[in-house]
Every structure is written in C-alpha cells, then in structure tokens.
Design a protein around this ligand. Sequence first.
Ligand code: SF4
Length: 702
Amino acid sequence: NPKNSSHNFSSTCSYCGVGCGVIVSKEKNNTLNLKGDTHHPTNKGMLCSKGLNLHYTVNDRSDRLLYPQMRYNKNMPLQKVSWDDALNRTAAVFKTFIQKYGPNSVAFYVSGQCLTEEYYVVNKLMKGFIGSNNIDTNSRLCMSSAVVGYKMSLGEDSVPICYDDIELADCFYVTGANPAWCHPILWRRVEAHKALNPDTKIIIVDPRVTDTCSIADLHLQLNPGTDVTLNHAIGRLLIENGDIDIDFITNHSEGFEAYKQMVFSKTLEESALICGLAIADIQLAAQYIGEAKGFISMWTMGLNQSSIGVNKNLSLINLNLITGKIGKPGSGPFSLTGQPNAMGGREVGGLANMLAAHRDLQNPIHRKEVQDFWGGTQIDPKPGLTATEMFDALDNGSLKAIWIICTNPLLSLPNVRQAEQALKKAKYVVVQEISNKSECLAYADVILPAAGWAEKEGTMTNSERRISYLPKIVDAPGEALPDAEIIYKFAQKMGFSGFDYKNQEEIFIEHTRLTANTNIDISGLTYDILKKEKTVQWPYIKKKNKGTERLFTDKSFYTPSKKAIINTVPDVNKSEAPNEDFPFILTTGRIRDQWHTRSKTSKVNKLNQHIKQSFLEIHPDDAFKLQIKEDDVTIIQSKFGEVRVKAKITKSIKQGVVFLPMHYGKILGNDLNRTNNVTSTLVDAISKEPDFKYCAVQVSKY
Ligand code: SF4
C-alpha cells in the first residue's frame, strides 16, 4: 500500500538511475530504517547493498553542515552567519558582477542528485531571470552523449523502453556498462529472466571482465575506443544476413543507404583486427541479434564518456533501427541513467543547451513559449558554459562567480588539478552542500547547508521515465534548508518576481503546466496522484489517468518527418592514442559499493568493507614487464598529472589497458589518490561529455 502511515513512508532510493522503491520507517528516536518496497514496479522489494544502507547516511549526521558560513574577503576565515546575511550578500555580489561584466559572468553548477523541483527553480532563475544559460550539471559528465544520441535518432531525448521489456526480450547487447555493479537491481531482473529462459542471449561488450559477464553467452572484450567499428561490423553482418526490417527501414526511417555504404567500407577482417576480436565472435553477436524477437541494446558510461560519445551512441541505436527493434514489447535502445534524477533534470532543461520540457534553446518559438510562461527576461539563444567550460572560464577570468550545488567537481571533473586551480582563482564561490567533506569548501566564500534525502519532499525520474514522489520524513539538521527553498529565497533577494513559492508542490505544478502539449506532457499530474499511483511514466495521459510505458509503438517519431534517423557516423576514434611516453590506455569506472564522490557511501562501514581503498587494475603480463607485484604502490602518470595507488593484478583486464575506480579524492589533503588527476581534457564535440574512458598513461612501480 503506497499510503504513508505516520511511521512508514514510500520513497525512492537516491543513488542510481534504476530508482528502486523503498519503505522507510521512522523510529521513536527519529532515526530511520528501510526495506525494499515489494509493491514497487521497479524493484519488487529488492535492494542492492547501497540502497539497503541508505538510511545510515541520514542517521549519521556527524559530517553535516549545520548553518550558513561566509567570509567577507579571501583572507578572512569563514564565520557563522544568518541565512539573510548569506543570501543578501550573495545577491549583492551577483548583482555587481552582472552589472559590471554581464549575466554570463556568473554560473550555477548543479547535480543529477537534485530533485526535479530544485532543478526547475534554478533553471528558471538563471535562464529566465538572470538572462544567462550558464547553468549546467554533473549529468554533463554522465548522460549528455545519450541525450544527443536520442535527439539525433528519435527527434527527442526520449528513452523508448520500460523495465518490463526486460522480461520480454530474448537478446541483450550490453555495451560500455557493468550493470551487475552499477545498476544492480535492474541486472537482477535480467539474471532472473535468463535463469527462467536459458535461451535468452546475453552479449557483453567491455574491455574488462566484470561481474556482468558471469551470465554472458558471449563476451566481446574489445579494444577501448573501437565501439563504432564493432557496431558497424555487426550492422554490416545483419544486412548481409538479411536480418534487417525492410518495412521499418523503408517506411519509418531515413538514412539507410548512406549507413549501408559506411558499414560496408570495412571488411569484417579489418574490423575484427581493429577491435581485437575474433571474427567468429562478431559473427555470433550478429547471429544472436538477428535471430532475436525482442532485442534490447543497453549502455551507459563506456559509450557516453568518450571523445566520440555521440557517434558511439548513434552507431548502437542504429542496430535497433535497422532491425526495426524499437517501439515493440521487449525491444529498444535503453540508456542506463547514472544518477537518480538525471532524467528529471533533462525534463526541466537542466543543461546549458536545453530549455524546459525538452524544448530547444535554438528554437525562437520555444524560447518565446518559456519566456512568456515565466514572465522574466529575454532568453539568450546562445548555449551557456558546460561543466568543463565553466572551470576553463574561471581559469581565464571570464567567469567571476560560481554556485555549486550538490556535487563535488574537485573530485569528479577530468584533469581535476587544473579545475582546482581555476576554482582558487574564482572571485566568488558559493557551495551549497550537505557534507563538510567536499574539497570545494576550501575555496568557498559562502557555504549554504542543504537538506538531504528524506529531509525534503520532491520528485525524481528514473531510467524508464518513471516519476516518483519522495516525502519529507525527518527534519534537516541545524539550519539546513531544501535546495529549492535556498534558490527561490535567493531569487527573491535578487528582486525577481515569480519565486514566491510556498512549498515544493507549487514548483512541481508550475513545471507540469510548462510541459502541456509537449512530448513529455505531465500536465494534470499532482503530488496526490503520485502518492496514490506510487509512480507514473511520462507522458501522463490525463484522460486515462495513466502514464505511458513504451514510446513509438505507432512507429511515429519526434523528428520533422516522423521517421527515425539512421545516422551515418565516421569510424574514427578521436582519443589520444598511447605513445612511447604514455603506452597504456587508462579507463575509469565505478565499484559496487561506493557512489560517485563517496560523500554518502564512505560513511557506511559495511560499504567500505567491499573494497577498502583505490587500486590500479593491471594485466599480469604488463605487471611482470614492469616488475610490479600485487599490492605494490604504482605511479600512474599522464600528461595531466599523477596518481599513486596499489596494484591489483588481474587477467580480467586486457593487456595494455589499466583501470582506476572513479570515486577517490584527497586523503588528508594529499591528492595523489585522486583518479581524476590523470584523466583527459578531451570532450565529445557535440555533447561536450569528457573522455573518462580513454587516456594515455605511463605506469611504473613506486
Ligand atoms: Fe538504489 Fe540503484 Fe541499488 Fe536500486 S539499484 S537500490 S536505485 S543504488
């Protein structure tokens, strides 16, 4: 029963994009307990190790920021101040910069952990009232290549599939993802489906042997950066074998002939050599896909975080398009969202190049619609600074002030030492945070304490477009406030009208009204409906009072021609190839029991037990040549910086490739543990997503 009693509350796990339902109970001493929600359509009661321990991150408040702090100049120490003082002074500083240098001299850098209402209100403030598009999110580091991939193929950033398609598919092509560790409950559903239907084929594409491979029928351990080559080779074989959907290609898509020419420009032998794979394995993958009635392609950061992230996405989505495996039960391209509400952020236009409700910043009609709705200033057609561009702009002095909400860029950005130098140069830094651990606090002129999960209400959208309501269950500690409230109070201090919200629901209702008559229409949806229905997948059909499980069932896409676009992409890897000085390819990723920058998971002893510290995965033959033994301290150097961690020697990684977990930052001020010291500054030309999966490095024994 979704109804909340005075002690039990239906909510959603706030870690990954799977979006599992949880039942939270409040004990007499105000501490929380938690279990999986057996009635939730996503997880049916299951939770992974992170979700099972989520309540401890609220119960342990030892690291929480409790009151606003401020310093009047860079030489002064931070001191406790009132909310009014902190926001009044920040408004005065922002007004001064905007007056002197223009609206693009300030920026907000937010997070896929923010609730939709928080995302909405900060976007409205920045794009609609300050008059700058300098509002970007750490989802830029995560899903922006998938966003562009969907837009270019389907006409809009729209995940076509629902989780219930898992049980209807008979072939999964999982590429650039380790869902057994990173989207565990979703993967449990795939495992259970495979166990009941052993003929279901699972193809895993990954340079590493991960836990996900344990149920694979075929593991394609390709060379990093060769995904487009592989997808093209499979596309060619599907065409050669006649395993394509001629009716779909002819009547519901565009671009097939150019695509065909491209995929036939390389022989299978050439592709196999580039990918480092056996010809027979590529043929087997094409055979599995070709024979499937239901085919799901599944991917995440291995494709997105690349200098050719968009091309990798497009080459993969093409496999669903040429086989007509989209808009049907058990079929479709399916991006696994990294963060819990990256989708909600995208819905309200939470990237520097987007507008609310999937409207297009470049479209003057769309700009006018949003501008008229908000009643603020003229919306600038020029995209704002993206995540990495903001730090470049701080470095060169064109950006004066940055407001960081719910994210720790001094751990998560590539080439992070340079980002740290840039933040040091900023004229004014606001850090809105729950934890006193963030490295950014050292550079803050103002620290604003925020409420965390279960301490505020709002909504999130998971990887299958499923919106859920999260209740406030306990009061936030000290003077901490919900992020949306901080932002709308600041907007009021700036003198802007339209920010006199009384609660989160008023923001939600305003957001839903702005979606009316768009492809993500949720107008008519309320907190009451969400509480009653538990969750709703957008678009929400008012007349039927229900959501939409699957998109494009009528084969009508969101492009001007209503046809899906088969994009022809070049087969060129733009990452910097290994060379004599830096002969290894470094790739980075998540580990099972830590979440991103560890501000929450590192508080939970049980989670720290799984893997206690950072490590370098290296192949035994490479380790032998470098005289590195298990647990030896290794030095990993790139042209950007250096990391020192212990070696973990394993055959599960390809020769010539090394792996570092992404989660680790400074220890007691020492940054040599910090993975992103070495990662590359390259980004995808369109999505501007950084290339975390391919960086030329040198490895040596310390
Ligand atoms: Fe939370 Fe993701 Fe684990 Fe589900 S799979 S419990 S959403 S971390």
